[in-house]
Write a protein that binds this ligand. Structure first.
Ligand SMILES: [Cu+2]
Length: 145
């Protein structure tokens, strides 16, 4: 019996220890241009956390309705504030900076698999209509996952 308890504790401990934290900076200017998340494309494991850091002010991170996996929890960060989220559902998540979505300040996170990619791509055409510049950015990001 005691052996199983140890095994259980060990399993829980390794599960916790193996979840990683990824950092995404919110920037006025980055390698890929003006108003960007960096890195804008992440591939992570289920249960990992992503911390959006307000390196520059007046940005936030917010999930986009219909562009996250089914059952996933949406998020909306406050302007100029760090926000940390834990992603527990597999699939692709697309998020934006609310004040700069017109400039295609968006990012993509893949958790394990791209199972909902087709569903997201259907939404992209319509969503891109809000972009006034960097029209190709989201397509490029999605092609990287
Ligand atoms: Cu922004």
């Amino acid at each position: 019996m005691i052996k199983y308890v140890y095994l259980l504790i060990f399993t829980i401990f390794t599960a916790v220890a193996s979840s990683e934290e990824h950092v995404v900076k919110m920037l006025n200017s980055g390698k890929e241009g003006m108003m960007v998340f960096e890195p804008a494309v992440l591939s992570i494991k289920k249960g990992d956390t992503v911390k959006f850091v307000a390196t520059d002010v007046s940005h936030n991170s917010a999930s986009i309705e219909g562009m996250i996996p089914e059952g996933a929890k949406p998020w909306t960060g406050a302007l100029s504030q760090d926000i940390e989220i834990t992603l527990t559902e597999e699939g692709v998540y697309v998020y934006q900076c609310t004040p700069h979505n017109m400039m295609a300040m968006v990012g993509v996170i893949k958790v394990e698999t791209a199972s909902n990619l087709d569903q997201i791509k259907k939404k992209v055409a319509n969503y891109k209509k809000t972009f006034l510049m960097n029209q190709e950015r989201l397509d490029n990001y999605l092609s990287e996952i």
